[in-house]
Write a protein that binds this ligand. Structure first.
Ligand code: CAA
Ligand code: FAD
Length: 379
């Protein structure tokens, strides 16, 4: 067992840290307040290779391992979780899904531009009536011979109004249940495709979350990913890796909050000493650091499993379940350590606390992660 990162992994981590501190930190409070999508910053992330990190260089990606991806996600998320969710969706849901299951034509047409960040993608599974219960899709993709006729509504879609390419999961044959579901590549601008209003959210307010409406959208057959009926398995397999990205996002939110709390505790004085001299504060810091280290090890374990081509469904779900809990607990305590200053925007920790909550909800709630983990245990 080797806990040492390679030189390449350390370089990726340093580059992500530098980008987050110099490009994301200035303006992050304003973007959160005004729900402003970090468009310029995302463009730069694409240029630096952060949007297609694990994609084969022959399709314009960085050819990196999942461990490097986790390290970069942590650094970006320490500062701006709105930017890191764009990164996570593009890398681990859209690019990975297309690279793993797409045809060569689909890769040439879409992946090459998604991996470089020239365009960004969205992953569309959730619906108003189908979130955790993902097999109960109501969106239909009727087989019309050489195209599918797509009708329905998707909810809560990250990159909803900024994406150019949408991977849409829809029901073709209700009788077949989950085996009747397909995954289709839908392009922005296809006739009958409409983007709904932007959601006004508690956290990750800079990210772009919308409902999407499809009315008789004709999607060519060559835009189906995988065999007929593969859509649900496509979604599940893709989400298994996506959960590692969100686990790393949660880890970053927690470690960002911890760094701020540690620094503040050495500056703020109460009862004649720095508050870090009070044992109650020291114990909070000790708990935070221990939990974060455990979350980091789970994230790296899941990434390692993926890199080693081992099954990572359980380890990814464990990483997400634990890291998201640690993100919530750590950010609440970071606000507490900051006292009243923690409750105002300029100290950053209140935003991290609001951002942390979503990591327990999207890409499968914590309850769903427990279902995934326990099913593996009981197999
Ligand atoms: N890989 C491959 N196949 C899988 C799989 C996996 N990881 N998980 C399930 N399957 C297969 C099963 O083997 C089964 O196929 P067979 O019948 O051929 O064996 C089929 O899928 C159905 O599986 P289940 O019976 O387990 O399905 P279920 O209805 O009980 O649901 C679930 C399982 C885990 C709860 C699933 O519905 C789920 O993951 N729900 C959560 C949905 C989710 O995570 N949504 C996230 C949306 S994207 C997002 O949120 C992005 C973002 O925020 C940024
Ligand atoms: P529900 O499924 O209705 O769950 C409600 C509660 O019941 C939860 O606590 C849940 O854990 C619990 N519950 C449900 N079933 C069970 C069970 N069997 N056992 C125990 N407890 C259970 N989706 C996409 O497809 N693409 C995206 O890009 C995307 N981005 C998102 C961005 C944001 C900001 C948000 C808020 C959501 C996003 N989602 C996206 C949707 C997200 O994945 C769903 O919200 C999530 O999967 C939960 O579904 P739901 O909201 O319908 O909750």
């Amino acid at each position: 067992m080797d806990f040492q990162l390679t030189e390449e992994q350390l370089a990726v981590q340093a580059a992500a840290r530098d980008f987050a501190q110099t490009e994301l930190l200035p303006g992050v409070i304003e973007r959160d307040e005004h729900q402003k999508f970090p468009a310029e910053q995302i463009k730069k992330m694409g240029e630096l290779g952060f949007l297609g990190m694990m994609v084969d260089p022959k399709y314009g990606g960085g050819g990196m391992d999942a461990v490097s991806y986790v390290l970069a996600m942590e650094e970006i998320s320490k500062v701006d979780a709105s930017a890191s969710v764009v990164m996570s969706v593009n890398n681990s849901l859209v690019c990975w899904g297309l690279e793993t299951f797409g045809t060569e034509e689909q890769k040439q047409k879409y992946l090459t531009r998604l991996a470089t960040g020239e365009i960004i993608g969205a992953f569309c599974l959730s619906e108003p009536e189908a979130g955790s219960d993902a097999t109960s899709q109501r969106t239909t993709a009727e087989d019309k011979g050489d195209y599918y006729l797509l009708n329905g509504t998707k909810n809560w879609i990250t990159n909803g109004s900024t994406a150019s390419v949408y991977l849409v999961i829809a029901q073709t044959d209700v009788e077949k249940g989950h085996r009747g579901i397909n995954a289709l590549i839908v392009e922005r601008g296809m006739e009958g495709f409409e983007v709904g209003l932007k959601e006004n959210k508690l956290g990750i307010r800079g990210s772009d979350t919308h409902s999407l409406m499809f009315t008789d959208v004709k999607v060519p057959k060559e835009n189906r990913i995988g065999e007929d009926g593969f859509g649900f398995k496509f979604a599940m397999q893709t989400l298994a890796g996506g959960r590692i990205g969100i686990a790393a996002q949660a880890l970053g939110i927690a470690s960002g909050a911890m760094e701020l709390a540690l620094k503040y505790s050495k500056e703020r004085k109460a009862f004649g000493v720095e508050i870090s001299k009070h044992q109650a504060i020291q114990f909070k810091l000790a708990d935070m650091a221990t939990n974060i280290e455990a979350a980091r090890l789970l994230c790296l374990q899941a990434a390692h499993d993926k890199d080693a081509h081992l099954d990572y469904g359980k380890s990814g779900a464990m990483a997400k379940l634990f890291a998201s809990k640690v993100a919530m607990e750590t950010t609440v305590e970071a606000v507490q350590i900051h006292g009243g200053y923690g409750f105002v925007k300029e100290y950053h920790v209140e935003r991290l606390m609001r951002d942390a909550k979503i990591t327990q909800i999207y890409e499968g709630t914590s309850e769903i992660q427990k279902i995934v983990i326990s099913r593996e245990l009981l197999k």
